[in-house]
Design a protein around this ligand. Structure first.
Ligand SMILES: [Zn+2]
Length: 130
């Protein structure tokens, strides 16, 4: 995102890091989207600077959903708790190979079942499976 920072000194303009509009180099607030692009320098003012953090549009669209599956922690946990010896939670995570392995080894002889149960509990909700 910081690719525009270096080449902006020449023409007296810079690019807004939020919307990409060309704005004057000493602009503090973008004239197009109205967002603060520079930290205001208050040299001698003793009053604390009020930073307005109103719009947090952190849209993580770029991390595409290829090969990533979001699983609900509690669905996974219940599946693991009750059907873990059948590898149900592995099938739910889309890991069919591991699921079949669990199916034939009774959850890796109970060890994998137990470890997965704790692992799922430690995951955030929802969690991503790669
Ligand atoms: Zn802008």
């Amino acid at each position: 995102m910081n690719t525009n920072e270096n080449m902006s000194h020449i023409s007296g303009t810079k690019y807004c890091k939020f919307c990409g509009t060309v704005i004057s180099y000493d602009a503090v607030v973008c004239t197009s989207c109205g967002r603060q692009v520079e930290v205001m320098k208050d040299n001698r003012s003793p009053s604390p600077q009020v930073i307005i953090n109103n719009t947090n549009t952190n849209t993580n669209v770029n991390s595409g959903s290829i090969g990533v599956k979001l699983c609900n922690k509690w669905v996974s946990f219940c599946l693991c708790l009750f059907l873990g010896f059948l590898g149900a939670h592995k099938f739910y995570e889309g890991k069919a190979g591991m699921g079949i392995l669990y199916l034939f080894t009774v959850g890796l002889f109970g060890i994998g079942w137990f470890i997965d149960l704790i692992n799922i509990l430690l995951k955030p909700n929802p969690y991503a499976v790669y």
